[in-house]
Design a protein around this ligand. Sequence first.
Ligand code: ARG
Length: 310
Amino acid sequence: MSTRPETLPAPPVPTTQPLPWGRRYLAVSPDHFRIDYAINPFMHLDDQPDPVRTREQWAAMVAAIEAAGASVEVLGQLAEAPDMVYAMNLGLALEREDGSPHVVLSHMRHAERRMETPAAERWWADRGATTQRTGRDGVGAHLEAGDAFAWRGDLVVGFGPRTEELALKHLATELGTTVRGFRIVHPGMYHMDLGFCPLDDTRAMVCPAAYDEASAAALLDLVPEPLVLTEDEAMTFCANSVVVGRTVVMPACPDRVRAQLEEWGFEVVVVDVSELLKGGGAVRCLTNPLDVRLGRDLRPVPGGGVVLPS
Ligand code: ARG
């Protein structure tokens, strides 16, 4: 006999779909992580990471992502490329509709990071991927993949501090999809993945302070249910997180942000990546999703198109 009173509310029916990608990642083992130069406001030559703690924190982060149900492939770090641990910036990894890998390699804004991409290109080529650089001569415009997200069928791209506006046009034509551009103006949120984090097909963390007025308004318009971050909240790097299904692996999570994520049914897993924060990046910067699928996650649009806030 059931003792459940008739008045108990039915369990909530989820009305949103998890992200279709984010189950397979590339990460770079922090074998040579150092602060040799300062190309963002968080890097200080007098604040060097401890190599042992770095390795422990990185391994715990990888374990948390795996425990959430994703797999992680590992590429070794070049000794002369101290920022290569931020695997997200190596390139925009895609899968064609038949599952074969294709990568749009980054063209880094700063010369200090440009030796990273040839190493990544070899790794991808060894795994059967075709690779390309954007623009006619392949060095047409700066593109850093940390600025790009496949979301709701389009490629959402931040530009300004790192990626150049021209790269958006190349991406749209070469991939045959819609690219939605947002102008970043905050020096501390120099990549899109510091002010924006898609959570499922309807929700995303958004920090309007990262963008100029028109871009902030357009981004809030794009997101049906935004979790709006204050500048202080975003500066904890909470948007620099990895979402695996309903688990969010985060470097930090302010209480208010946690309450909203949990109310939406997400499980929050905070990992300590304090040593890796010294280079100005956290969980999302340290990983690169390999399973973004053309056709499924990026809607085909003949000739492509760029949408910019007016
Ligand atoms: N030191 C690196 C740089 O300034 C950090 C990269 C962070 N990556 C990211 N996807 N936001 O380029």
